[in-house]
Write a protein that binds this ligand. Structure first.
Ligand code: SF4
Length: 490
């Protein structure tokens, strides 16, 4: 009976004597279960020497969620005996943690797989794995099964904690192992983590997304919206405080929806307040959906000095018609109302955004609405993109009569507007003293150190004194479009 249910839920294929679990969009789209299963990560003792004497290299594409997943992946690999190397050609195991948000990220991952194919011709024992959002795509896994047979194992975003077992399966059977659950998703606590930064840490607070914006693949690749228990989050932050971390970024595809899946009332504003009370010097959060941004949340950000005055507020488009087609649940007017509320309530706040140009059917008039919005908002930073259709999303089926030439022209015109305001906003800081968390020596050929202001602006500091890991006062001496220059304010 149990086995029958298993075969019904997952898309199973036989692989010789073993089985492969392949992604299934229909399952991935379901939102039927109210319960979220919470499991503790644990591995069998006999796995701990699996990678003894072997090395690994992890290549990460995409967002901070992926970066943080790679921190878990690295820790799991080290737990089973592998050692990290910084050159993939020297590794015994190479793992690609992939992103599906745009075509470009796809192409990069397949390009890297191409290089690994050549490497494997020389190094027969090389183990190659692929995980992350691309692994959740039916088309990608199909391609790996048929064209990339040299890939040893593939696992999805819901199978992260299974990594040691999948490596073992591949090592012991020498068969391609594919395990991609397409389900609404559980929460796995207690996964080990190898943090990449000694002063700034990512903390997951919510997984998945239920918004289903029509262009976005994330609800299919990351499962339903499910919040971590507040006690688990606060315990993690408190430990980071004890270890001397200066900053945490609370992570999620839509952090503002935090707690909406609980059967009691505890939402993002409550969590932000409790995290601020741990006395971690800096709290950030990302990403926010404007639809879930509450007045109470704005008040909490304004109230606590250690919640950074920096908000990423993706708008995506300025035309109501396009916003509706995107399924974004707000209008230009309601977005501007929220934007102004944030600006007027949080002192010196910086606001950044994401904007897509060339959405299917976007007319010149629609695009001018986006330009107008960019002029009104004068963003501190903006990530601007040409629309990239993602297989299986509703927008991929929309008629797209905007030529690539038009899309490129719009992107260029939009960038001219947003860049103008990045520089204008940065120039306003010249002569002022800002708080900076110093992250280390400059790596861009300049002398001195670099860090980030409370408003999340990159600043190069002209000093020989090493303040790495400390929050210091820096006087801004010059402004560029994407960075500031400064000196220590004695
Ligand atoms: S809210 Fe963000 S992650 Fe969720 S569907 Fe929309 S764009 Fe994708």
């Amino acid at each position: 009976m149990l086995l029958r249910a298993f075969f019904l839920v997952y898309n199973i294929k036989r692989n010789g004597s073993g089985i492969m679990i392949l992604p299934d969009y229909k399952e991935a789209k379901q939102r039927t279960s109210k319960t979220v299963l919470r499991e503790e990560y644990n591995i069998d003792k006999d796995l701990k020497s699996l990678g003894k004497g072997k090395t690994y290299y992890v290549k990460t594409y995409g967002c901070q969620m992926n970066e943080h997943d790679s921190e878990n992946i690295k820790a799991m690999l080290e737990q089973i005996g592998f050692t990290e190397v910084d050159d993939y050609e020297k590794a015994d195991l190479v793992l690609l943690n992939t992103c599906s948000i745009r075509e470009n990220a796809h192409n990069k991952a397949f390009g890297f797989l191409g290089r690994l194919k050549h490497l494997k011709e020389e190094k027969k024992d090389l183990i190659i794995g692929l995980c992350g959002c691309m692994a959740q795509e039916e088309g990608v896994v199909d391609e790996i099964l048929h064209k990339y047979k040299f890939v040893n194992f593939v696992f999805g975003t819901h199978n992260l904690h299974r990594l040691p077992y999948l490596i073992k399966d591949n090592m012991t059977t020498s068969k391609q192992v594919i395990e991609v659950y397409s389900k609404e998703g559980n929460i796995i606590e207690g996964m080990p983590v190898k943090r990449e930064n000694n002063y700034k840490a990512f903390v997951n607070i919510i997984y998945g997304c239920d918004k289903f914006c029509t262009y976005c693949i994330v609800p299919f690749t990351r499962g339903k919206q499910r919040s971590r228990d507040k006690d688990d989050i606060l315990k993690e932050v408190e430990e980071l405080v004890k270890e001397g971390y200066q900053e945490v970024t609370l992570l999620g595809q839509n952090v503002n929806a935090y707690g909406k899946d609980f059967d009691y009332k505890y939402t993002m504003e409550d969590l932000l307040e409790d995290v601020a009370k741990t006395n971690i010097p800096r709290v950030r959060f990302m990403t926010s959906h404007p639809w879930d941004f509450t007045d109470k949340m704005i008040e909490v950000i304004a109230k606590y000095d250690n919640i950074m005055p920096s908000v990423h507020l993706p708008v995506q488009a300025g035309s109501d018609r396009i916003l509706k087609l995107m399924g974004r649940r707000y209008t230009k007017e309601s977005y501007l109302e929220l934007f102004n509320k944030i600006k007027n309530t949080i002192p010196n706040v910086s606001i950044s955004t994401d904007i897509i140009v060339g959405f299917p059917g976007e007319t010149e008039e629609d695009f001018e609405e986006t330009l107008d919005l960019a002029e009104k908002c004068k963003y501190d930073n903006a990530f601007t993109f040409i629309y990239s259709p993602r297989e299986n999303t509703p927008a991929a089926k929309f008629e797209d009569n905007v030529t690539l030439e038009e899309k490129e022209d719009r992107l260029h015109r939009l960038n001219e507007v947003v860049n103008k305001y990045f520089l204008e906003n940065n120039k306003k800081l010249v002569g002022k003293t800002v708080k900076v968390l110093v992250e280390g020596k400059n790596t861009n050929g300049k002398d001195g150190y670099f860090g980030y202001t409370d408003t999340n602006k990159l600043i190069n500091i002209n000093t020989t004194k090493d303040y790495t890991g400390k929050i210091i006062d820096v006087k801004v001496t010059d402004a560029k479009t994407w960075s500031l220059d400064g000196e220590i304010d004695e």
